[in-house]
Design a protein around this ligand. Structure first.
Ligand code: IMP
Ligand code: MG
Length: 171
């Protein structure tokens, strides 16, 4: 199995994630930010982001399915695992790996907003604006990339490559 070509290396990711943590801290100067990680793709981003935060935080996990095992979207979003705790009155930040068509985030923002959070923000490690099908607001974006299928740092192709410490392109 050939290694993917590096698009964003480990040190660039770590530098940008520390910057994002500072941006989030500046926008939400509360001591009680509640991070909701979108499984599975955002697990690595979440792990590094929360370690770069220095205030008290809490976290939960949600899982949706929008893709089959390939590289094209079905356009249908389904809730696979809900969060465990109530979001009522909390400062919630959704942590997502990538915003592509925007359908997944639009769905998530919609259902989580209805849970009555005090505030709802979204942080995405990557954004592919060329692919957007729906206008979705993302407060914190790590990197804007071209319309290429990427893997690594949580992102998969058929469940492989999630463990790569960098963002890569399949050849
Ligand atoms: P959207 O609903 O089209 O915005 O897609 C969001 C989801 O599709 C992300 O959470 C990813 O799981 C997946 N996805 C989109 N683009 C890529 C990619 O380039 N590589 C891996 N997964 C992707
Ligand atoms: Mg995902």
């Amino acid at each position: 199995m050939a290694s993917p070509t590096v698009l964003i290396d480990e040190s660039a990711l770590q530098t940008r994630i520390r910057e994002l943590a500072a941006e989030i801290r500046a926008a939400l100067p509360h001591d009680d930010i509640h991070f909701v990680c979108v499984l599975k793709g955002a697990f690595m981003f979440m792990a590094d982001l929360v370690r770069a935060m220095d205030q008290r935080v809490s976290m939960d996990f949600i899982a949706v399915s929008s893709y089959g095992s390939g590289t094209s979207t079905s356009g249908e979003v389904r809730l696979v695992k809900d969060v465990d705790a109530s979001l009522e009155g909390r400062h919630v930040v959704i942590i997502e790996d990538i915003v592509d068509t925007g359908l997944t985030l639009h769905y998530l923002q919609d259902i989580l907003r209805r849970r009555g959070p005090a505030s709802l923000h979204t942080a995405c490690l990557l954004s592919k604006p060329a692919r957007r099908k729906i206008d979705v607001h993302v407060d914190f974006v790590g990197f804007t990339i071209e319309d290429r299928f990427v893997v690594g740092f949580g992102l998969d192709y058929g469940e492989t490559y999630r463990n790569l410490p960098y963002i890569g392109l399949l050849n």
